[in-house]
Design a protein around this ligand. Structure first.
Ligand SMILES: NC(=O)c1ccc[n+]([C@@H]2O[C@H](COP(=O)([O-])OP(=O)(O)OC[C@H]3O[C@@H](n4cnc5c(N)ncnc54)[C@H](OP(=O)(O)O)[C@@H]3O)[C@@H](O)[C@H]2O)c1
Length: 314
């Protein structure tokens, strides 16, 4: 089968609430430079990506909004064709702050609804404009006055109003997902966590599948961290055999095991490469699943709520 005949890149996963479906292959916009963010977002839409991920904390919503507007105005793509996701930051967990934060995101993105709004991490930080509040000794100042469930209930209210199609959780443990499912009125549509062959999260994926939740993986290519997933010998051997690049193998693996995933690049050729995925044979899937034994978490955000991939000060 040639890659033109292979529809893996167009895979969509059903959502238990909201816009109905999420494209499995998504483009993340955690890119430090604003001009690079705008160009990369346009290049991603041009290459065929139809799911974008941003966050209040990345400070890229404005550039993502500008890039979308430019593409929509050129008449190439309509707003309804793009699945737009953003995230509530840790300093806005108090229920009375959720709507204001959400409306600020809509305004920056220049959209009147988002397809998915995620609680960025389960950690509440001191409310206020300082996104990274620290005490004199440099320790994060947490907010003990609010629980994840309090914030979730405020997110549910946004869904009722229709400007937020679906809601979900990010950087959570299985236990936290269970807690929200038990006590919440609306189930998370998406659970967004780090995942790749060095951190496959099989137990969480299995739970999500059974409960109709989409697991969306970030750092699908290993975020250029160490050890270098893109240089893994098993991934490299599969890539040579199927005549694809290591990045395309990692992305295909993620889609074929039933997750949505996000990749990011500011390099136009890589953006195209990352959309040009095609189905791996079953034996390649088995080789990756059974052959890779290394287990590594690249982003420590789940331990503290401090985003490991965002430089301090941004
Ligand atoms: N919720 C959270 O806590 C959280 C945390 C982290 C990320 N995220 C989301 O997930 C998205 C993806 O995460 P990520 O940045 O870790 O993505 P990633 O795709 O694993 O890593 C991105 C890095 O890989 C490089 N790269 C991309 N395509 C490549 C290719 N084909 N060949 C070789 N290198 C390639 C990029 O370099 P160049 O840019 O130089 O091309 C970039 O340095 C983020 O943008 C963000 O939206 C969420």
């Amino acid at each position: 089968m040639t890659s033109e005949q292979d529809n893996l890149r167009y895979t969509k996963l059903s959502l238990n609430n909201g816009s109905g479906e999420i494209p499995a292959l998504g483009f993340g916009t955690l890119i430090p430079d604003p001009i690079a963010t705008r160009n990369a977002t346009k290049a991603a839409l041009d290459a065929g990506f139809r799911a974008l991920d941003t966050a209040e904390r990345y400070r890229t919503e404005r550039e993502v909004g500008e890039a979308m507007q430019e593409v929509f105005k050129a008449g190439k793509i309509r707003r309804e064709e793009v699945f737009v996701a953003t995230k509530l930051w840790n300093t806005n967990h108090r229920p009375e702050r959720v709507r204001t934060a959400f409306e600020a995101s809509l305004e920056k993105l220049q959209v009147d609804y988002v397809d998915l709004y995620l609680i960025h991490t389960p950690f509440a930080f001191r409310p206020g404009d300082e996104q990274d509040p620290r005490d004199a000794s440099g320790k994060v100042i947490y907010d003990k006055a609010v629980t994840l469930l309090d914030t979730w209930r405020a997110m549910e209210d946004l869904v009722d109003e229709g400007t937020c199609k679906a809601i979900g959780l990010s950087d959570v443990s299985l236990e936290q997902v269970k807690e929200i499912i038990k006590a919440g009125r609306i189930k998370p549509a998406v659970v967004h966590v780090e995942s790749h062959p060095y951190l496959p999260e099989w137990e969480l994926l299995d739970y999500c599948r059974k409960n109709g939740i989409v697991l969306q993986a970030f750092a699908a290519l290993g975020h250029s961290g160490e050890p270098k997933l893109l240089e893994d010998p098993i991934i490299a051997a599969v890539a040579r055999r199927v005549n694809k690049t290591p990045a395309q193998v990692l992305l295909a693996w993620g889609i074929q095991r039933g997750t949505a995933l996000l990749t990011t690049s500011k390099t136009p050729s890589r953006i195209k490469e990352n959309f040009d995925v095609s189905t791996l044979p079953e034996n390649a899937m088995r080789e990756i699943n059974d052959g890779i034994k290394l287990r590594v978490r690249l982003n420590a955000v789940v331990e503290t709520g401090v985003p490991g991939f965002i430089p301090r000060g941004r």
